[in-house]
Design a protein around this ligand. Structure first.
Ligand code: GCU
Length: 331
């Protein structure tokens, strides 16, 4: 009985403390969350993070803030994801390719020509498949809060590429992803993985002949200066993800977690709304500065990578994800 009363008194004391804590006016210093990524400050994904930072500030009335470190200042995509794992960084952008080496289900998004159109992309990312994959890294120390559209990736080089045969003998930079390496091999090129920050110099010095990315990255990171021919294969539609360290997330109060998620969702909505405009602007800038848009034999590229689908289906859990994804295509 005595122990029982002691326990009740203890619980009451703890609850009381919590009540007092909640009543304390928030004159304490604001919490600041650090977010790092590898894109340029004019890139639409960076602008989405800036919108998120401002939204969070408004929602929390200045109590929860964000500081954004762009352009690889904190390290490569892989390095910043590793920093999340040990709690040395709060948030990072990871593309599906970066995440594939941490959790293999992200390789789903690395299947070339997977999405039929943008509605299909959104249905997958915002639906059951997207939600399942986004939570899969939790045990590794981080998880995805939301996703951003990254358009379509096409090849760019010093000369036009029309068919897979044109890639023969060419060194192609891909992200650090086994799927991407295999994709280029099947298309006939010779692939090298490299972090984004190294691509400009590698193209300039001929370490690689070809890179592949969306229009915004090609233009905003000035790759266009050294590789002006943009061959519109549109072979991958690879989302970017906002990832958060589980340690940082757990340090937030339930209210702070709600603010952060709301600000993240807001930034994703805004970025999707603005994506076309930023792609159109990048294309205009490209044409104005001597870039050339090249029409390709897309069907030949599509055919060349069909074995990737067979390889992907060979694992049961992956096959299931792929079937669910294909079912979401519009009839
Ligand atoms: C795109 C993508 C980035 C990625 C980059 C790359 O720009 O949005 O997340 O890091 O490609 O090729 O590395």
């Amino acid at each position: 009985m005595f122990l029982y009363i002691c326990a009740i008194v203890l619980v009451a004391l703890i609850l009381n403390q919590d009540i007092h804590a909640a009543e304390i006016p928030s004159s304490e210093k604001p919490k600041v969350l650090k977010l790092a990524h590898n894109l340029h400050q004019t890139h639409p994904v960076h602008l989405a993070f800036i919108a998120m930072r401002d939204k969070l500030n408004t929602l929390s009335e200045g109590r929860l803030k964000m500081k954004v470190y762009p352009a690889g200042q904190m390290g490569s995509s892989t390095e910043i994801l590793q920093m999340l794992q040990i709690g040395a960084l709060d948030m990072a952008k990871g593309s599906a390719s970066d995440l594939e080496t941490f959790e293999s289900s992200f390789s789903l998004f690395n299947l070339p020509f997977l999405f039929e159109d943008e509605q299909h992309f959104d249905a997958v990312l915002n639906g059951e498949v997207g939600r399942t994959v986004m939570q899969k890294t939790r045990a590794l120390g981080f998880f995805c809060m939301t996703s951003y559209v990254a358009g379509y990736r096409s090849f760019y080089a010093k000369k036009p590429i029309h068919t897979p045969a044109d890639l023969k003998g060419m060194k192609v930079r891909v992200q650090v992803s086994p799927m991407n390496l295999e994709m280029v091999r099947l298309m006939g090129g010779s692939a090298t993985s490299m972090s984004f920050g190294e691509v400009y110099t590698a193209l300039q010095q001929g370490v690689v002949d070809v890179a592949e990315n969306n229009e915004s990255s090609w233009v905003e990171t000035r790759h266009i200066e050294v590789t002006p021919y943009f061959s519109e294969t549109r072979h991958l539609s690879l989302p970017d993800f906002l990832t958060v360290s589980t340690q940082s997330w757990n340090r937030l109060s339930p209210q702070e977690q709600i603010w952060l998620q709301e600000a993240a969702d807001y930034s994703a909505r805004l970025q999707r709304e603005n994506w076309h405009k930023s792609t159109d602007e990048a294309r205009e800038k490209a044409l104005a500065s001597g870039g050339k848009m090249i029409t390709v034999d897309r069907e030949a590229f599509r055919q060349s990578v069909t074995p990737l689908y067979e390889q992907f289906r060979s694992k049961d859990d992956q096959r299931e994800l792929l079937e669910q994804t294909l079912l979401l295509k519009r009839a």
